[in-house]
Design a protein around this ligand. Structure first.
Ligand SMILES: C[S@@+](CC[C@H](N)C(=O)[O-])C[C@H]1O[C@@H](n2cnc3c(N)ncnc32)[C@H](O)[C@@H]1O
Length: 259
């Protein structure tokens, strides 16, 4: 397995495996946030994977492109036949400078950065790719998610034409969850994710020169609590004050959607 492509071999199973995932939540929230920006605007879906969200965002007729570290995920995304403007790149070293009006980086992708310095570098690089007044929307899963739903557990899922078996171990010292996934009776693929605390992510956002518009429990869009399993972060590359009133409108709209 290539060190830079943890999804090699697993990528072609990714969409059916994730078919139960509520991508519409990210799409609706992402679209509502995008509505804050004057059109036309450039949009980057960083760590786009097979492009499930990128393809949904294409309905918005933004100028959207994607990047992902995994060529296998991008290859799998191209097989759907729909236009998929995406290329291989590392979100810690994005080949874009101050040109994206809107960046999304969703579904745990920041948790795939396994060292704190990598997480800071990733958020710094996302910030560096934002144009002035550009907006960044990303999420992270919390330790609560790992402890409640993954750590020490093994389970089987039926994914249409194949079966996956899962095993997850979590090391509370390194904060790294190691998930082994086996398709039918094939070899096991291992994915690693690192848990980050809200405060350290917020500090990375500030260090990247961005201003937070809001940090929310992803399931309610209210303040994160002890029970929160996923946190959404929204930040702007500039003075947040001109956006505050309209952003409150987006926040209230999202809260109503999630009710
Ligand atoms: C859980 S998947 C989410 C993919 C996609 N955002 C989605 O919603 O389906 C995490 C993605 O992060 C990508 N990734 C991990 N580390 C990365 C990095 N350093 N740069 C870019 N992408 C990365 C993986 O290849 C994978 O596609």
């Amino acid at each position: 397995m290539s060190a830079s492509d943890s999804f090699v071999d697993l990528a072609r199973y990714y969409d059916p495996i994730m078919s139960h995932v509520d991508y519409d939540r990210w799409y609706l929230i992402g679209s509502a946030i995008g509505g804050l920006l004057p059109r036309p605007f450039t949009h980057l879906d960083a760590a786009c994977g097979t492009g499930v969200l990128l393809k949904k965002f294409q309905a918005e007729r933004w100028r959207s492109i994607g990047i992902d570290l995994s060529p296998s995920m991008l290859r799998a995304g191209r097989q759907s036949g729909r236009a998929f403007p995406a290329a291989a790149a590392d979100l810690r070293a994005l080949p874009f400078k101050a040109c994206m009006n809107y960046i999304t980086c969703l579904f745990d992708s920041v948790n795939f950065l396994l060292q704190r310095e990598d997480m800071e570098k990733g958020i710094g690089s996302l910030g560096g790719a934002l144009a002035p007044d550009g907006i960044l929307y990303f999420d992270v899963v919390t330790e609560r998610m790992v402890l409640e739903h993954f750590a020490g557990q093994s389970w089987t899922e039926r994914n249409g034409k194949f079966v996956t078996t899962w095993e997850c171990e979590y090391d509370r010292k390194t904060l790294i969850a190691e998930t082994r996934i086996r398709v039918n009776s094939g070899p096991a693929y291992t994915l690693y994710e690192r848990v980050y605390e809200q405060g350290e992510v917020e500090a990375a956002v500030t260090k990247a020169g961005l201003s937070l518009l809001g940090t929310f429990d992803a399931e309610t869009w209210r303040s994160p609590r002890r029970k929160t399993v996923r946190i959404d972060f929204v930040a702007v590359n500039g003075d947040p004050r001109p956006l505050n009133a309209r952003f409150k409108g987006v926040r209230d709209h999202v809260r109503a959607l999630l009710r």
